[in-house]
Design a protein around this ligand. Structure first.
Ligand SMILES: Nc1nc2c(ncn2[C@@H]2O[C@H](COP(=O)(O)OP(=O)(O)OP(=O)(O)O)[C@@H](O)[C@H]2O)c(=O)[nH]1
Ligand SMILES: [Mg+2]
Length: 428
């Protein structure tokens, strides 16, 4: 069931529901519901009330026990709620059963996150990725609400006499998924071409929990004007900019979509091409909002999502942000002890920014190796390729060619050898 005539101006009243199984701690569920409330607020839903149930096992019909489900029905009526939001993922049948029982719209955490993504998507890439994730989520939840797709396709339903409406809808969605995947592949290819054209000598990427201040720090480091909002998932696209005041102009900084606990798998899969930017990074700057009391669980989430993306071994740097909001003065020394080498910043008060620059430069320097190569004038294209791949520190024009001194990151050094082997034959 959808809220009919969704009105952006209106605040909707939501009841949040969380379930703690006996062996789990209720502390975690409080934290999780607090985050769900933040997600709901970003989507325009005010938390009117919360229900937490401790149960031995999950109820297959309503997810919560039938007694609690009855309480939920009464509460919806009493406080005139517009919707019920579950912190856990519901099966399609459970979703339907609770909608029928309460008579109002029901969302689970995954559906809520997808809704926020859908509203925040601006570019073609983000829109395509979000639509894809949304269709994958919707496919098993079909209840015939996708008829407009059939209409769009001009009477396709008539040709398929004998097929039920849901079968037709499923097929239409699968076709649409195939089309979107094709579009995404095309977008990915053009992104890769741009990446190749870019002088990509060294990239530091911001990753982290949503709303931690990644885009704010990115703006400060690169003198940009990216969207910064006190909302979850303000950024959905990857943006790449040059480091401001860089002693070396080819240090690039990437900002990308934030993470959250229980990030839907369909979203991670659909945002693969955006998140691929992280694979190209030389260092990941993992931004944490230190003023959020849940910061340690945010650190765990970052670790887990990076694991899912196969990026656990990438060099990283913890950046503890929003320190201007701290009241506990012992927190910074404590964290410094536990995470030596981390940086403490305030993106809005310009604290720790110089140190962040220094850390990026230090990392850049310590990961670079120096090389020297003589290229004959006949291979002028190779000279320009070397400029594209490495940081050229000196060039000397000799009788038999150009002597190039360069610095290049350790893992990219082989690219120079490969280039020379393929284009020149061997090092002169
Ligand atoms: N007090 C304080 N607020 C900050 C700081 N850095 C960022 N903010 C605020 O935190 C909110 C989120 O900042 P963003 O930079 O949009 O965060 P983000 O990590 O890019 O968030 P998403 O793109 O939504 O994942 C904004 O309201 C910022 O003004 C900081 O150091 N101190
Ligand atoms: Mg952002």
């Amino acid at each position: 069931m959808k809220i009919s005539h969704y009105n952006e101006e209106k605040r909707y009243r939501a009841i949040l529901v969380g379930v703690v199984l006996n062996h789990q701690s209720s502390w975690k569920i409080e934290e999780s519901l607090e985050e769900l409330s933040g997600l709901a607020e970003t989507a325009g839903y005010d938390t009117a009330d919360k229900i937490i149930q401790t149960a031995e096992r999950l109820n297959p019909r309503y997810f919560i026990g039938s007694g609690k489900a009855g309480d939920l029905k009464c509460l919806v009526k009493d406080i005139n709620a517009d919707m019920v939001i579950f912190d856990n993922d519901l099966s399609p049948a459970q979703n339907k059963n609770i909608e029928n029982l309460t008579g109002c719209c029901v969302l689970d955490r995954c559906g809520l996150i997808l809704e926020i993504f859908r509203r925040h998507a601006r570019t073609r890439e983000a829109k395509t990725q979000v639509e894809l994730a949304h269709l994958k989520y919707t496919l098993p939840r079909l209840t015939g609400r996708w008829r407009h797709l059939s209409r769009q396709r001009g009477g396709i339903g008539l040709r398929e006499v004998g097929e039920t409406q849901i079968e037709i809808d499923r097929r239409l969605i699968r076709n649409r998924i195939t089309k979107l995947n094709r579009e995404l592949n095309a977008i990915k290819k053009s992104r890769e071409t741009r990446r190749k054209e870019r002088k990509n000598i060294f990239t530091a990427a911001f990753v982290g929990y949503t709303n931690a201040g990644k885009s704010t720090l990115m703006n400060v480091l690169t003198d940009s004007n990216l969207l910064v909002e006190d909302k979850l998932f303000a950024t959905l696209d990857s943006t790449i900019r040059r480091l401001k005041n860089g002693f070396h102009k080819d240090i690039l900084i990437t900002d990308t979509v934030g993470f959250i606990n229980k990030l839907p798998h369909s979203l991670i899969a659909s945002f693969k091409s955006t998140l691929d930017e992280l694979k190209k990074a030389d260092i990941l700057m993992k931004v944490i909002d230190l003023s959020d009391h849940r910061f340690e669980s945010h650190m765990n989430t970052i670790h887990n999502v990076l694991g899912e993306l196969g990026l656990t071994n990438k060099p990283g740097l913890w950046v503890f942000n929003k320190i201007d909001r701290l009241t506990d003065k012992d927190l910074i020394p404590n964290i410094k002890n536990r995470y030596p080498g981390s940086v403490f910043t305030s993106g809005i008060r310009d604290i720790g920014i110089e140190e962040l620059y220094e850390r990026i430069r230090f990392f850049f320097e310590s990961n670079m190796v120096e090389g020297k190569v003589l290229i004959n004038y006949a291979h002028s294209r190779v000279i320009s390729h070397i400029h594209g791949l490495a940081y050229v520190t000196n060039e000397e024009y000799l009788k038999n060619g150009v002597m190039i001194n360069y610095k290049i990151s350790k893992d990219k050094a082989v690219l120079i050898d490969k280039l020379i082997r393929e284009q020149v034959g061997s090092r002169q």
